[in-house]
Design a binder for this molecule. Structure first.
Ligand SMILES: NC(=O)c1ccc[n+]([C@@H]2O[C@H](COP(=O)([O-])OP(=O)(O)OC[C@H]3O[C@@H](n4cnc5c(N)ncnc54)[C@H](O)[C@@H]3O)[C@@H](O)[C@H]2O)c1
Length: 354
């Protein structure tokens, strides 16, 4: 490609303005030609601030007029599907925010559309660029841990409730912390483990803080929330069984009485164990149990910059270079099964025939 890659932004809110647009701007052969938001003021402000030539209220109009090569979909979860499919139909490759969609049904339609229109669809799990996650994946692939029979995937917060309707209104978010940050725990674990096939899931969800008026008054990220508008879970837990015999405990929440926040992954294997936070390997060497800790500082990588750079590289090369739609869909299938199990109050199978 000799001409500049023409990019459009759909949804001009927090994540588009903080990470998508500034990182596209750093790439010399990319031009953000337009942005769109149902809130025309948000689109106008973004266009002016970031020197984007055109802005639209209706993303369909933008897609009709601008002949875009690539689009970032930065709308609330439930609203990923329609703009992503419309963009691919109009010939653009798509980077959609995480999770892939607000539901498995929507994620499936997006995946089918990417095949139908032969367009790249990447689900923007920037955690794929974390050096410690890549190190753990390399360790698993080397066979150093032997057969991994148990794992724990955690993304927990002591007090980190996002209060905007994008996250609390179910018709926009599709769910609570399970979709918002549990998706990282599941994606990272599945990526490290090579996407083994899940068999069944037993899940539970709770709302223990969201509807509590005292807690609501205390507030979360960005002030108080209205308890009656807190329509999603605030804690979710699950036990996942895999066809290869492995099992996984998933824990995620926006609020809980724990020591510290964070994403972690614990792996138990027949020849060793390992975890992400802190990055450590547990083995038996010379007849003794040892803990191996990297002595070099784990390099800091701007993972948000990396995901845009890799998406642009994907557009240039014509293939998804990270987190392709099929993997986003598989993560969504597990998240969906957890909600399904929690609702039914029993173990359920995971849909997996994609
Ligand atoms: N990767 C990350 O670290 C990260 C962080 C935060 C949010 N996110 C994800 O990004 C997405 C957006 O989150 P956010 O925090 O930016 O939300 P936000 O509420 O700040 O922004 C969403 C924007 O989308 C606009 N919008 C809604 N419907 C639209 C439509 N039909 N067409 C065009 N624009 C529309 C809204 O007006 C708003 O400006 C969510 O899926 C969220 O999970 C990812």
């Amino acid at each position: 490609m000799t001409e500049k890659i023409k990019v459009g932004i759909i949804g001009c809110g927090g994540i588009a303005r903080a990470t998508h647009i500034p990182n596209y701007k750093k790439i010399s052969d990319v031009e953000i030609v337009a942005c769109a938001d149902v809130n025309i003021e948000a689109a106008k402000k973004t266009a002016e601030e970031f020197n984007i030539a055109k802005y639209y209220k209706d993303y369909n109009e933008m897609l009709e007029k601008e002949n875009l090569d690539a689009v970032s979909v930065c709308t609330p979860n439930v609203l990923h599907k329609d703009p992503a499919i419309a963009a691919m139909k109009h010939g653009a490759h798509v980077l959609t925010e995480k999770p892939m969609a607000g539901s498995l049904k929507d994620a499936k339609e997006m995946y089918e559309a990417s095949k139908k229109y032969n367009k790249i669809l990447i689900v923007g799990y920037q955690t794929r660029f974390r050096v410690d996650i890549i190190a753990l994946k390399t360790l698993v692939e080397s066979g150093e841990l032997g057969e991994i029979y148990y794992s724990e995937a955690l993304h927990l917060r002591r007090w980190g409730i996002p209060v905007s309707p994008t996250f609390l209104n179910k018709s926009l978010s599709g769910g609570g912390p399970l979709l918002d940050i549990g998706c990282y725990a599941v994606d990272s674990a599945m990526y490290v483990l090579g996407f083994p096939k899940p068999k069944s899931v037993l899940g539970v969800t709770y709302n223990k803080f969201g509807k509590n008026p005292e807690m609501a008054k205390k507030g979360g990220w960005g002030g108080a929330w209205k308890p009656e508008e807190f329509q999603v879970e605030d804690n979710a837990f699950a036990f996942i069984k895999f066809e290869n015999g492995m099992s996984m405990l998933l824990e995620t929440n926006w609020a809980s009485f724990i020591k510290e926040d964070g994403l972690n992954l614990v792996l138990l294997g027949t020849k060793g164990g390992a975890q992400l936070k802190p990055l450590e390997l547990y083995k038996e060497i010379m007849g003794s149990r040892v803990t191996i800790t990297p002595q070099d500082k784990i390099p800091e990588v701007d993972i948000y910059n990396q995901r845009i750079a890799k998406f642009v590289e994907s557009v240039k090369s014509g293939k998804a270079l990270f987190s392709p739609a099929i993997e986003g869909l598989k993560v969504q299938a597990i998240l969906d099964a957890i909600y399904n199990s929690a609702e039914k109050g029993k173990e359920v199978p995971v849909e997996w025939d994609f």
